[in-house]
Design a protein around this ligand. Structure first.
Ligand SMILES: Cc1cc2nc3c(=O)[nH]c(=O)nc-3n(C[C@H](O)[C@H](O)[C@H](O)COP(=O)(O)O)c2cc1C
Length: 286
């Protein structure tokens, strides 16, 4: 807080500024309307006023934007869990049905004592104190770094897990695609997938958000007999009568590169570098 002498000094400065401003303003207003100086001064004043309005609205809208972003994330999680009901309040549906947890990817253990709601895995992946640089020969999903801790979501019925919702991301053709993969409690059968942030071409790679394509994932198996992630997209349409089709999803027509990106990111995040250790623990320890 400024003391009395600082306050009067500030007052003095303000008075001087105000007087100078009035002198300049009167000078400019006295100019002819067609003069260059007056035109430039009016244009600059309008820019100044607009800049202040834009800045004020950006600051005022920030909390609303943050709330809407969080709400959108909850909507995506409810959607991939098959629990989205547009007639029900998202916040209350989410808090009633979904439990968020932090998982240490290296050990597969839950991390207790953290503020789960405040933890931002995407930010952590870019923070050298919270991330791991992925060696290029292991970087199947082309993401360069990953957070050591991941935020997973559980749908429970009493103490029993019904769905495990895992954040996944990886590079497509034009963009890093961020989404969620939900699995049954067995940790190996897909319930659904959705991508909430991607910039692939609409109608081509952008079909990753198409509900008809997303529906093809239900019931697919993630792991082969060997324990390695085998689920992936194929070129064309899956022949469900063939053995192995449980590991296959139709590729996106005209978007082989995005399709490869989806396969790579699913295999990366379901592998030992991703959630395999955690999912093993869920299977064995519940
Ligand atoms: C304007 C434009 C946008 C494209 N967008 C995508 C895209 O989002 N994802 C993708 O995999 N391929 C996209 N492609 C096509 C790729 O360049 C490439 O040809 C395609 O992945 C090969 O797939 P295909 O073998 O199924 O034809 C685009 C091509 C053009 C000309």
């Amino acid at each position: 807080m400024p003391n009395e002498s600082q306050k009067s000094e500030l007052n003095e400065k303000y008075k001087v500024f105000r007087e100078k401003f009035i002198v300049y303003r009167d000078k400019i207003l006295a100019l002819h309307n067609d003069s260059l100086e007056k035109t430039v001064a009016v244009a600059l004043s309008i820019c100044f006023v607009c800049a202040i309005l834009v800045s004020l609205s950006a600051v005022a809208l920030r909390p609303i934007q943050a709330h809407n972003k969080a709400l959108d994330m909850k909507r995506n999680i409810l959607d991939v869990a098959g629990l989205l009901d547009e007639d029900v309040d998202i916040d209350s549906a989410f808090s009633e049905k979904i439990e968020a947890k932090i998982v240490d990817l290296a050990t597969g253990d839950y991390v207790e004592g953290m503020d789960v709601a405040a933890y931002d895995q995407r930010k952590a992946a870019k923070d050298p104190s919270q991330n791991i640089v992925i060696p290029s020969d292991q970087d199947m999903a082309s993401i360069k770094t990953k957070a050591k801790l991941a935020k997973v979501y559980l749908v429970k019925s009493g103490e029993a897990i019904q769905s495990i919702i895992l954040p996944v991301h990886g590079y497509g053709l034009w963009s890093t695609m961020y989404g969620f993969l939900s699995l049954d409690a067995d940790g190996k059968t897909v319930q659904s997938i959705n991508f909430y942030d991607q910039a692939e071409t609409p109608g081509l790679g952008g079909e990753v958000v198409n509900p008809n394509w997303r529906a093809l994932w239900k019931g697919k198996k993630v792991y082969a007999e060997s324990g390695e992630p085998a689920l992936g997209l194929i070129k064309g349409v899956v022949d469900t009568s063939r053995p192995g089709s449980e590991f296959q999803v139709d590729g996106l027509a005209g978007a082989t590169l995005t399709s490869t990106g989806v396969t790579n990111l699913v295999r990366y995040w379901m592998g030992v570098e991703g959630f395999a250790t955690y999912l093993n623990k869920v299977r064995t320890e519940g």
